[in-house]
Design a protein. Structure first.
Length: 157
């Protein structure tokens, strides 16, 4: 099923290619090495459209110490703004609650205004925009996941 996850992520590549640091683009156009590395450290969930049977979204979930973390959250371009994003996010939030976590965190690129607006609508607030501060949280637990220009967002559960 990781091919389906990869397809959801790669479908959004064009949204990020003009705003992301070139060194981070391998996180937005992912290949086999990405699959092998991430399958071992994350739980992935796929969202399927009932009418077509097509996989249209993916989200990753990890417990990182005291909080739950969403590392990848993508809805395929032609299915965005149709209510699928909130459905997937609510599922991941419930998973965090079931995992006894008090908050959920994720990164959003500061220039990805569409994503930031969505997360804010879902109840997330900016926790930090300071790279040094973000990278020092819980002895650097977020270092492997940070991309240049990222804001850390948080939602209390």
């Amino acid at each position: 099923m990781m091919d389906e996850v990869r397809a959801c992520i790669n479908s959004n590549y064009d949204l990020y290619k003009s705003i992301s640091d070139p060194r981070d683009m391998s996180e937005h156009q992912v290949g086999d090495a990405w699959v092998e590395r991430n399958f071992k450290i994350r739980e992935f969930y796929l969202l399927r459209d009932d009418s077509t049977g097509q996989f249209i979204g993916a989200g990753s979930f990890q417990v990182l110490g005291t909080f739950a973390y969403i590392g990848y959250f993508y809805i395929k371009n032609n299915f965005q703004r149709k209510g699928y994003g909130p459905f997937l996010m609510k599922f991941l939030e419930q998973h965090a609650i079931d995992s006894k976590k008090k908050d959920l965190r994720l990164f959003v690129h500061e220039k990805a205004t569409w994503a930031r607006k969505f997360y804010e609508k879902m109840g997330f607030v900016i926790y930090s925009s300071n790279k040094h501060e973000i990278l020092s949280i819980n002895k650097g637990i977020l270092v492997p996941f940070y991309e240049e220009g990222s804001l850390l967002m948080k939602k209390k559960l």
